[in-house]
Design a protein around this ligand. Structure first.
Ligand SMILES: Nc1nc2c(c(=O)[nH]1)N[C@H]1C(S)=C(S)[C@@H](COP(=O)(O)O)O[C@H]1N2
Ligand SMILES: [Mo]
Length: 523
């Protein structure tokens, strides 16, 4: 065997060929493990975060029309599958190259895999608001791929250092078991990711078959001029894909609408149970409501405005008959999360909805499909239960909810606040500069927004027409900026004449206060 020993046979200018083959296999296994880990994480964390489909979507968007048409003509409805196979080939070839490169010129191979991870990260971020959850899958994929590649190629390199035949055999066995083991784990991970994604694909398909009814009470048309045409200003109505997402659900609850039931229980005359079909058949109301998170820092973006379609909760509670003494409704989601909402916010005349639609579409999976609560004027943590399955009429004295158990305020009215969107971070041209943003005091309304440059006086901004007291309102003002650094500050006044609090308070326990101030360079 000794003269035939592949580990001993050296060709000029590089490692012996069999070692190169092992290195190529190591590259494939490393990339496979990375992709499997990224997809598994994404499948667990969120349906819209898959690095592979992110890259695929970017490719689809980037491909010129004629090429796309040709691909569709060639592959028909299998065009997506063809794209995935193509991506698999590209990743596979790059992985083989990375393996061989890593053997010859470390860490060049690792850098190649790192680049692929960066591409996945860029793809996910380009389609989605920045969040830790979005970053996790591609970063984990890259880190795992690089670490595995380095570990495996080190073992392949070891083959050449064997002193005896026995030693060579042992080293070869180490390579075989680690490369083979890695391949097995990658396949297992990919299978698990496929199963998890399969569930999401199933519910996504069910969601696509939902036909929302025409609302019995449609939202009024948006007032002319409510959305100001200012570059960089957050849109008046937030597209669902850009809507902030906050929840404790590590994996999005997957609910077949046919299995969904809402039960109204507790201090009621008669328990009520409602199916999704019954809910869709009820006279639904549509209204714009600006949802905000209690964790939104002053100037932050954990706030969004959407057109919600749903059944007024007050009508449902009226069907059940609330018994005297109750002052709270504890809503619970499929995944066990809960919110305690003051009863009057669900029974007074505001548009508190058991919502099925967001901006004319069934709720996205991440935003509570099939059914969630939306309550104007209250932070999400005390009201906006997604994947809701139970409303228990009760008393604050008797029961508590998820976040109130963790030190957050028992009642969570949204605080009057305002934000500057424009100018952004880049320097502006000195002279007349547009300042624009939004202000909100849900369920009360905004009456004025004022802006101040440095220590100058407060100037009234132009206030765009509002949709309703339940939504944010845009403002704009032109200010003069001399060359140099400036502070621009905004404050809002609500419909009762109450001015936004200047005192800085943290988000805990019931929402931040203080004024949003930005620093601008004028040139
Ligand atoms: N089931 C469930 N619903 C939930 C939460 C949650 O953790 N679980 N978080 C709430 C919080 S804190 C907020 S701010 C809103 C956010 O809704 P969105 O993700 O649709 O923007 O959902 C609320 N509903
Ligand atoms: Mo929140």
């Amino acid at each position: 065997m000794s003269s035939q020993d592949p580990t001993r046979r050296r060709s000029a200018g590089g490692p012996p060929r069999p070692n190169r083959r092992w290195a190529a296999a190591a590259g494939l296994v490393a990339a496979g493990l990375g992709v499997a880990a990224g997809e598994l994480l994404a499948a667990i964390v969120s349906p819209s975060l898959s690095p592979v489909s992110g890259v695929g979507s970017v490719v689809i968007d980037a491909v010129p029309g004629p090429v796309k048409d040709a691909a569709i003509a060639l592959f028909g409805t299998a065009d997506k599958a063809a794209l995935l196979v193509g991506m698999g080939l590209v990743i596979g070839l790059a992985a083989v190259a990375a393996g061989v490169l890593e053997l010859r010129r470390p860490p060049a191979g690792a850098a190649v895999l790192g680049l692929f991870g960066a591409a996945g990260l860029a793809a996910v971020l380009s389609r989605q608001q920045f969040s830790v959850l979005a970053v996790l899958p591609p970063v984990a994929a890259a880190v795992i791929a690089v670490l595995v590649l380095r570990a495996l190629t080190a073992r392949v390199r070891n083959l050449a250092a064997a002193q005896t035949d026995d030693d060579a055999a042992v080293r070869r066995r180490t390579v075989i078991t680690s490369v083979g083991g890695g391949a097995a784990v990658a396949l297992l991970g990919a299978a698990l990711a496929g199963i998890a994604r399969g569930g999401q694909v199933g519910v996504t398909a069910l969601r696509e078959t939902v036909r929302l009814p025409v609302p019995a009470r449609p939202a009024a048309a948006l007032p002319a001029g409510a959305g100001l045409a200012v570059d960089g200003l957050a849109p008046l109505v937030t597209p669902a894909a850009d809507f902030y997402r906050i929840d404790t659900a590590l994996s999005v609850p997957l609910i077949d609408p046919a299995d969904w039931r809402l039960r109204v229980t507790g201090m009621v005359e008669r328990e009520v149970e409602l199916s999704y079909a019954e809910l869709l058949a009820a006279p639904l109301q549509e209204s714009y409501v600006t949802l905000a998170c209690v964790s939104n820092e002053v100037g932050g973006d954990l706030i969004g405005n959407a057109r919600w379609l749903g059944l007024p909760v007050r009508e449902l509670l009226a069907r059940a008959g609330v018994r005297p003494g109750a002052d709270m409704v504890l809503s619970t989601s499929r995944d066990g999360w809960s919110a305690s909402t003051p009863l009057e916010a669900l029974t007074d005349d505001r548009d508190s909805l058991l919502a099925v639609g967001m901006n004319g579409e069934p709720l996205p999976l991440e935003h509570g499909f099939p059914v969630r609560l939306v309550v104007p004027g209250l932070y999400g943590y005390v009201s906006a239960t997604k994947w809701v399955t139970e409303l228990r009429v009760t008393r604050f004295a008797d029961e508590t909810a998820y976040w109130t158990d963790r030190g957050w305020g028992e009642r969570g009215p949204i605080k009057l606040s305002s934000r500057i969107d424009v100018p952004g971070r880049s320097p502006v041209t000195a002279g007349t500069v547009t300042v624009a943003g939004t202000a909100w005091a849900q369920h009360t309304g905004i009456s004025a927004v004022q802006v101040r440059v440095d220590d100058g006086g407060w100037q009234d901004a132009e206030l765009a027409p509002g949709i309703s007291a339940d939504t944010w309102r845009q403002y704009r003002i032109s200010v003069d900026l001399a060359p140099g650094e400036h502070n621009i500050t905004v404050r809002a006044v609500d419909a009762n004449g109450v001015r936004q609090a200047e005192e800085k308070r943290p988000v805990l326990p019931d929402g931040a206060t203080g004024l949003h101030r930005i620093r601008v360079t004028a040139r």
